[in-house]
Design a protein around this ligand. Sequence first.
Ligand SMILES: [Zn+2]
Ligand SMILES: [Zn+2]
Length: 506
Amino acid sequence: MVVPIDITFLGTGSAQPSATRNHQSMAFRADGDIWLFDAGEATQHQLQKSKLKMGRISKIFITHMHGDHCFGLPPLLCTLSENMNSHRTNNDIIDIYGPRPLRHWLRVALQSTYSRLGRHYRVHELMMEGEEEEQEEKFHPDEEIGMNIPMNNNVFDLPLYMDTVKKEEKEKWIVRAAPIQHSIPSFGYVIQEPYQLGKLDHTIIIPKIKKNTKALLEKGYKNPMVLLGELQRTQKQIILPDGEILEPPIQRPGRQIVILGDTCDASSILPISNHPHVLIHEATNALTQLDLPSEEKEEGWDEKELLKQVEERAISHGHSTPQMAAHLAKKMNAKKLILTHFSARYKGDDDKNNEKLTLNAPEGITAGPIDENNFFEWEALIAGPEGTPFEGGLFPATLTFPKDYPLSPPTMKFTCDFFHPNVYANGTVCISILHAPGDDPNMYESSSERWSPVQSVEKILLSVVSMLAEPNDESGANVDACKIWRTDRERYNEIVRQNAMKTLGL
Ligand SMILES: [Zn+2]
Ligand SMILES: [Zn+2]
């Protein structure tokens, strides 16, 4: 059986929290146990809003000592003690991992506020090379001795103290860490799930057992099929009376989850990561509409140059852009990349522009990836707009995204008979928004009409719908359609209407 794993983002903001984003924190949950990664200010409020049970938090990992990642820890510990789950006792120690001087800082915060905890805690510090043993200090009354974890070949192997429930299985989990580049010491954590039992292939095994039923009954097996359970349980070969061998199911490697602290270069995590299921990477800065020059100065701006400037600014603060994160994700063959830690500049879901875009998306359009393993190939269905000869038709198209999307635009192609001045005979759509600045085939397009990373699929589809109603006969992709549209509108409308009928199978 696969252990259910989920990750809840409790905060995705950077230095300043905003109305839409709290400070950093995420909860990793496996089989009910919760491990918290970072605890920025107000993490406990976010936990209360979530469906997570605070009493199930057993470990807290801090990536680095910037306040947006740890200011919420002391109050959270106070609250955790009051939210003890029935299966927890005072002996149920909360293990906290993180860099120097986490232990000292937490001790002072709890001591100087006269805070007492219902659950004991201990802090295990990841010792960077050259860091000295801590001065002897008075422990907090609820504090236990934590470990100083040494770095070996740039890697920390964290001691995991597991719950007594299903202890044996849980002990096989591994968490490792490595220092990554940031303005202060920062760590990335790699969680490795144990090997998982494979599935028994009944179609092979059952006939083999059946062939041996008589011999097995003679050997004293009341029900020879118990061998199935034995095989699964012991994971060892079984030799049948006739010499046939029953092989145990092949184990498959467990899932890997990589969670990084703030960073402008986390390549040092590569030696301990391998095909992770999920990589969680910061993306404090990104090239968005906010970085584009104002409209008056719009002519001639260069996106690659702008992107470079944003990247340089991010790196100078020890941070990353989505492109940098994607680069690392590709290097480690991550199946999924999740970005977090966004600058307060990016307003988030309350952004009025986002709402407008969704509300204005025309009815009658559906679009999405063809299959979930390839996000670069989309299919779309566009209903012909009312009052045009396209009305009544349902036109299928594909959208193909280049590897450097959104730097370069996607291409769109109708996969049905399509007669329109701005659509090539093979179905490829030729409109301004699908042209990258710089490779403008029609010199009269202004850069504001052409593709830029701030454009979106919705805007493309909107442009295509308005193109259906108002062809641009100056940029004739289909010369015939252009001519007929200009000189014989009736005939043009008739051809389009026939195509529309065809899309309905009429
Ligand atoms: Zn931060
Ligand atoms: Zn930071």
